[in-house]
Design a protein around this ligand. Structure first.
Ligand SMILES: Nc1ncnc2c1ncn2[C@@H]1O[C@H](COP(=O)(O)OP(=O)(O)OP(=O)(O)O)[C@@H](O)[C@H]1O
Length: 774
């Protein structure tokens, strides 16, 4: 009897919530339609010959509508996921965006708004104003389940009391199979994560936490929150999220759009220098040297080495008389112009003294040299020179190929790419930059072994460790961007002409523009190549862009040189730094946050710690804890909140049997996890061999590798990712592959959300003995 009453009450509650949620979707559709129409109208408005101001206003308005359309498209799934009831009888519905009803009343509260905060912060011991928190589970636009937490039963109304339903929303969320893409957790943000998400914008915040504690997911929600709370500042300057590799960025790529935010730049350190896309990692020895702060000095010296003076006087032959023979211009008389050594040295010192970047200071050097050569020419020809003559003579000399060549050799116009590639492919250039010179402090910057680690053939592909060096070089060289700016102006003129032409065609044919192109297409066109590109697009193209906030994930992997590159993009030091020093795998990465951050924000950074592991089941975490205790006993492992479905196991497979036994094991694990995802994690050196044994599994670092049910990855590639089932191959070799092998093994084990198998050929490493039941 009582059960039936409760079922009825539950059905009633579901019906009521469904009615409300249907109303919300109806509002969403209305708002979308309105934004669509407004965008079409913007494009149809005004004549092509309107003033620049009118066109600019139209672009800005259209951009705003386009942004709103993109935002609204992202929030369809799970539009509303929560509700709070407080002691005063106020009820709020919480969702991905804020919505107003027909009478302008708030019908849905944006999860980032202050009024939504109790939804995340209420706990049984400190419920704040709430008497109940309700989670709404939806599929499509249908409410399929409800889930209540009651804080004060005494203050709840009788009907509400009867409709209390559900199991803990968090556990339900955690039990879902993995899809290869990180989802948002907006419905189940935990209190300690909420504090990270809503921490103030200024200053540097370090979020330190063990594996699976939600650092990444909290950082992404923080990006969305900051954009909401500081829209004015951040929309203009943009938010940058730096992740470890392209696969990881793809893994997290859906989270921000599902929170209604698309204007964030997601990138890797290897892509921070526009025009270069470095995906190849360096060998550990090279990674260590390239990440070392001494490289800043090395690049500085390499630039100075390109500011030369000849060992004696500079002598340049110029043509004095030419004649045409058979249509070819031939030099019939030459003259040697001289600039004495001391004047060369003075010209260089004067150009250096202004402390401008190399390519900018070059103008000064060239000017001084041309003056000296022009004076010598006048002297030899016994011709007096006034200011006007001198200007003319300098110009004429600069037109002469022999003069240009001679001066270019002394102070060449350099690109960062040319400087760095010549430095690393020419042992002599490297040795010169490394060794002490007259203006140096007598210190050899790098040992012969370190130099050896840097040398490579010319034309070798860029590595991720090169990018900070290119950025460093770009700072010191300065950019001669006059050509790029001229090209941009030309492109803009061409675009405007195209647009004018298109409108004229439309007018002549009498077809309204919006009939030919729907507003989304227009919005797409507008965003990709229209005059008002998004902040994110402009920022990603511009090396000197200064962001409003920067989030660095897996930050423990960044070298000291990579930090210099990141810090240049955020002079205000408004940063969120997310990572776990116990998981550092890169030979050039961090051992402590203090070492990495003190050079930039000494004593001014704050730290939040996340302590609960939402990913790895407790039984698997026990194994990981043993590993951590063996390799980094000072680090604290996080506490797991969930259980696995099967105890983790070790399986001894002799090498000769691997070809048969490993595919069998993978097949049986795949059968266990149904729709979920499986990863085989290998030592770096075994990746190719193991991938060949598993042809069905994805193995390249391609963007869609994560869509495959199974994937073979090195441990480094698996950083930040998670899988329902993880098969770790050859743990002894993972341990031995680098000085950070123990940390790598810890990372590998903690990628599992449900099941773990460890495949070993020889003896199991003692730190994994728990897997043998020891
Ligand atoms: N509040 C939450 N509600 C639901 N799921 C959560 C919550 N917090 C974290 N998770 C889930 O836990 C998993 C781990 O989160 P995340 O990848 O952000 O952890 P991490 O600390 O960055 O891990 P690692 O350091 O190992 O990369 C993800 O699947 C994430 O969705």
């Amino acid at each position: 009897m009582e059960r039936r009453a409760s079922e009825n009450a539950r059905a009633e509650a579901l019906r009521a919530e469904q009615a409300y949620v249907s109303m919300l979707y109806h509002r969403l559709d209305t708002v979308r339609e309105r934004a669509d129409k407004a965008l079409s109208a913007e494009f149809g408005r005004g004549t092509p010959g309107g003033t620049r101001q009118a066109r600019f206003e139209r672009d800005v308005a259209a951009h705003e509508h386009a942004r709103r359309i993109t935002q609204l498209a992202g929030v369809e799934r799970g539009l509303c996921f929560g509700r709070t009831d407080d002691a005063d009888g106020e009820t709020y519905y919480i969702g991905r965006v804020g919505l107003r009803g027909a009478d302008n009343e708030l019908v849905l509260i944006d999860w980032r708004a202050p009024a939504a905060r109790p939804f995340y912060t209420a706990t049984p011991s400190d419920p704040g104003p709430l008497v109940r928190r309700r989670h709404l589970h939806t599929r499509g636009r249908t409410v399929v389940d409800l889930d209540d937490e009651v804080f004060d039963l005494g203050r709840m109304s009788e009907p509400d009391r009867r409709t209390l339903v559900g199991e803990a929303a968090l556990m339900a969320a955690l039990r879902r199979g993995r899809t290869g893409r990180m989802g948002d957790v907006v419905a189940t943000i935990q209190t300690e994560q909420d504090q990270v998400i809503r921490s103030g914008l200024p200053g540097a915040l370090v979020v330190q936490g063990g594996p699976g504690t939600g650092k990444t997911v909290a950082a992404l929600h923080r990006a969305a929150y900051l954009l909401y709370a500081h829209r004015d500042t951040l929309e203009r300057r943009g938010v940058l999220v730096v992740g470890p590799n392209a696969m990881f960025l793809r893994y997290i790529g859906h989270v921000l759009p599902s929170l209604g935010e698309t204007d964030v730049v997601l990138t890797t350190v290897g892509e921070l220098y526009p025009g270069v896309r470095a995906t190849v990692a360096d060998e550990p020895a090279a990674a260590i040297v390239k990440g070392d702060p001494r490289m800043a000095e090395l690049v500085r010296r390499a630039v100075r080495d390109r500011q030369r003076v000849p060992s004696g006087d500079l002598e340049v032959l110029i043509a004095v008389r030419t004649s045409l023979r058979d249509g070819v211009e031939v030099v019939v008389e030459q003259m040697a112009l001289r600039m004495d050594h001391a004047t060369c040295v003075r010209a260089r010192e004067r150009a250096r003294a202004v402390r401008s970047p190399h390519n900018v200071a070059r103008k000064l050097f060239i000017d001084s040299a041309l003056t000296a050569l022009a004076l010598d020419e006048a002297r030899q020809l016994d011709r007096p020179l006034d200011e006007e003559d001198l200007r003319y003579a300098r110009k004429a000399l600069w037109q002469m190929p022999s003069v240009r060549k001679a001066l270019d050799r002394l102070w060449p116009l350099l690109t960062p790419e040319r400087l760095i590639s010549e430095l690393f492919s020419d042992p002599e250039a490297l040795r010169s930059a490394v060794s002490s010179g007259d203006d140096r402090d007598g210190v050899m910057l790098l040992t012969p072994e370190e130099q050896q680690a840097l040398l490579r053939p010319s034309g070798a592909p860029w590595t991720t460790g090169d990018v900070p060096l290119l950025d460093e070089a770009a700072e010191l060289l300065g950019e001669d961007d006059s050509a790029a700016r001229a090209a941009e102006r030309a492109a803009r003129r061409e675009r405007q002409a195209d647009e004018l032409y298109a409108r004229e065609v439309l007018e002549i044919t009498g077809v309204a523009e919006e009939e030919m192109l729907d507003s989304r297409t227009l919005a797409g066109r507008h965003l990709t190549d229209g005059p008002a590109a998004t902040t994110a697009e402009r920022a990603a193209r511009d090396r000197q862009w200064v962001y409003g906030h920067v989030i660095v994930d897996e930050a423990q992997e960044l070298s000291a040189m990579a930090w210099r590159t990141v810090m240049r993009r955020i002079p205000t030091r408004s940063l969120t730094i997310v990572g776990d020093v116990a998981q550092t795998g890169s030979a050039a990465g961090a051992r402590s946050w203090r070492d990495m951050l003190d050079p930039y924000v000494k004593g001014r950074w704050r730290e939040a710690r996340l302590l609960v592991n939402y990913r790895t089941p407790a039984e698997i975490m026990e194994v990981a804890t043993d590993v951590l205790a063996a390799v980094a006993p000072d680090q604290e492992p996080p506490i797991s909140v969930r259980d696995g479905e099967a105890p983790p196991r070790a399986l001894r497979i002799p090498g000769a049997d691997l070809a048969v036994a490993l595919p069998e094991l993978v097949a049986s694990e795949l059968a266990e996890i149904g729709d979920g995802r499986l990863a085989v994690l290998t030592p770096d050196a075994r990746h190719r061999e193991i991938a060949a044994l598993l042809p069905q599994a994805a193995s390249a670092l391609t963007a869609d590798a994560l869509d495959s049910p199974s994937v073979v990855l090195t441990v480094t590639q698996s950083k930040g990712l998670e899988f329902d089932s993880v098969v770790v191959v050859a743990p002894d070799e993972i341990l031995a592959q680098s000085p950070k092998g123990g940390q790598d093994l810890y990372v590998a084990i903690t990628r599992a959300t449900r099941r773990l198998m460890v495949v070993h050929e020889g003896e199991l490493p003692p730190m994994l003995s728990r897997l043998n039941g020891d």
